[in-house]
Design a protein around this ligand. Structure first.
Ligand code: UDP
Length: 238
C-alpha cells in the first residue's frame, strides 16, 4: 500500500473544489464540494452529495482514460471527497469538445439544440471570470504566451482522443456525450489532463429519451438534479 502524503494548507478555493498542498511537493489534494454555480456564479446553490458523486465519477473516467493511454493528473481517490493528484501548472484555457449542438454554441450560431455535428470539434476559451471566459483562437493562446504551439497540438490531440474514448464508453451505457470541458496543465515538462470529468463539466443525455443527466438541470431549473447525478454515477459504475 502506497503511503498517502499529509494534507497541508489550502492554496486555492474555486466554485466546486478546494485544492490543498501536501507533504509531497509534486502532489496535491482536490476536495470536491457540493456548491453549484452557473452563469459565471450569478446563480448559486448546492446539490446534495455532488462532491461525493463527482469525485467517484472523475475517478472512474480518469482510470478508464489512463488505461487507454491518456496522461492525466489522477493518482488515486483518497476518500469520499478527496482525490490525490499530480500538481499542475494550469494552462489558463478551457478546452471544449462538441458532438451535438447545445448551450453557448446553439445561442452563438442560432442552431437548434440537439443537432448532431458532422464532425466533433475543439474550441478554446480564455479562463477569466471578469471577462466571462471568452471564446478565443488557439493563436491567441500562443501569442499571449498561455501555451506553446507544441503544447496546443498535444491538447488538441488529447481532447479529441478523450472525446472518442468517453463517447464510446458512455454510448455502451446508454448515454450520449453532447459536449464537455477539459483543463490541462504542465507537470515536470509534460502536458497532463487535469481538473475533473463529471456532470458539472459535461453534457450527458439519455440515448433513448434525450433526457438531460447533467448540470443543465440545475442551470435551467429543470428539477431532479440530484437524481440525474445519481443516475449518471450508476451508469458509469456499470
Ligand atoms: N463548461 C464548463 N465550465 C465552463 C463553461 C462550460 O464546464 O465554465 C462545460 C459545459 O458544462 C458544457 C461545455 O463546457 O458541457 C460547453 O459549454 P457551453 O460553451 O455550451 O457553455 P454554457 O452553455 O454551459 O454556458
Amino acid at each position: 500500500m502506497e503511503t498517502t502524503p499529509k494534507r497541508l494548507e489550502q492554496f486555492y478555493e474555486g466554485k466546486a473544489k478546494k485544492l490543498y498542498a501536501t507533504s509531497d511537493p509534486d502532489l496535491i489534494i482536490q476536495y470536491f464540494k457540493d456548491d453549484a454555480t452557473a452563469f459565471n456564479a450569478k446563480k448559486r446553490g448546492t446539490i446534495e452529495d455532488k462532491g461525493v458523486m463527482n469525485n467517484r465519477m472523475s475517478e472512474l473516467f480518469f482510470t478508464m482514460l489512463e488505461q487507454a493511454g491518456v496522461k492525466t493528473h489522477f493518482v488515486r481517490r483518497l476518500n469520499d471527497r478527496e482525490m490525490l493528484c499530480k500538481r499542475l501548472d494550469i494552462v489558463p484555457v478551457e478546452t471544449v469538445v462538441r458532438n451535438i449542438v447545445a448551450g453557448s454554441l446553439a445561442k452563438r450560431l442560432g442552431r437548434e439544440e440537439g443537432e448532431t455535428l458532422k464532425t466533433p470539434f475543439v474550441e478554446y476559451y480564455y479562463k477569466s471570470d471578469p471577462l466571462d471566459d471568452p471564446l478565443i483562437y488557439p493563436e491567441h493562446a500562443v501569442a499571449f504566451g498561455w501555451a506553446t504551439d507544441a503544447e496546443l497540438a498535444q491538447i488538441h490531440e488529447s481532447a479529441l482522443r478523450v472525446d472518442e474514448l468517453l463517447s464510446r464508453f458512455l454510448n455502451e451505457r446508454g448515454v450520449l456525450l453532447v459536449d464537455f470541458k477539459l483543463e490541462f496543465g504542465r507537470h515536470k515538462g509534460e502536458i497532463l489532463l487535469g481538473d475533473e470529468i463529471c456532470p458539472d463539466t459535461c453534457r450527458f443525455w439519455d440515448k433513448a429519451t434525450r433526457q438531460k443527466l447533467d448540470k443543465d438541470r440545475f442551470r435551467r431549473d429543470l428539477g431532479g438534479v440530484e437524481e440525474a447525478y445519481h443516475e449518471m454515477l450508476r451508469r458509469v459504475e456499470g
